[in-house]
Design a binder for this molecule. Sequence first.
Ligand code: HEC
Length: 228
Amino acid sequence: MSLLTLTTACQHDIINDPNAPKTDTTIIVTPPIGGGGTSPLVSDTVCFNTEILPLFSSYCGSAGCHDVTSHKEGVILTDYSRIMKGIKAKQPNNSEYFTIIGDDMPPKNSPQMTAANIASIKKWIEQGALNTKCTNVCDTTVFTYSGAIQTIISNNCGGCHGNKPGTANIYLGDYASTKAYITSNTTLFLNSINYKATTASKNMPQSSKMVDCKIIQIEKWIKNGYPQ
Ligand code: HEC
């Protein structure tokens, strides 16, 4: 698929009224399956469930840090209402949980968010920091490592498995290591991302199951021999 497909794959139509009161009501954003026309009805609404929550959960909410059990400094960053305690809608520079990223947090020896991750969080705050829940957000015809899988794994798993040796000694920070790990543990890996692991704590990511289309992209990548 073209580069255009990749760059528009996560764009969505806005169904939010910009003047509506900002509550934590979930807003479902279901974009039409795009293409066809010259100007598809999509916008660039950032989805909290697929783009933002995984970043806070993975990079800040890892076990021993700001998860429900540990809550260092009283901060818990694994769900919308708790994340909103440090976010001011439309004001990234007055949002403590935004301004601290890359400054002191995550700690220097922990995996760091990418510039693109930080830009998504900023844009989400500028758009009103809504609890947007998107469906149908990926192009499942794209399943190469560079085209899709690297970003999915980095955003959803990177905070815990992105630096060597990785949480539970599982390192998923580059192509070769990810391929090698999954090749030796295919069933276990698939069960864990499909929330069918032997115990709940082994369902990954632990904060919430990824949307189906991302799981499908990973499954196609594996079935097709890990295309780069
Ligand atoms: C917040 C930290 C965190 C994130 C994010 C995370 N993991 Fe994990 N992962 C863990 C921990 C902790 C364990 C060990 C769990 C246990 O043994 O109960 C683990 C274990 C696993 C296991 C082994 C499961 C088993 O049955 O033994 C796999 C596979 C795995 N993670 C893959 C992933 C993938 C893929 C992602 C992203 C989609 C991910 N993890 C995201 C912390 C995380």
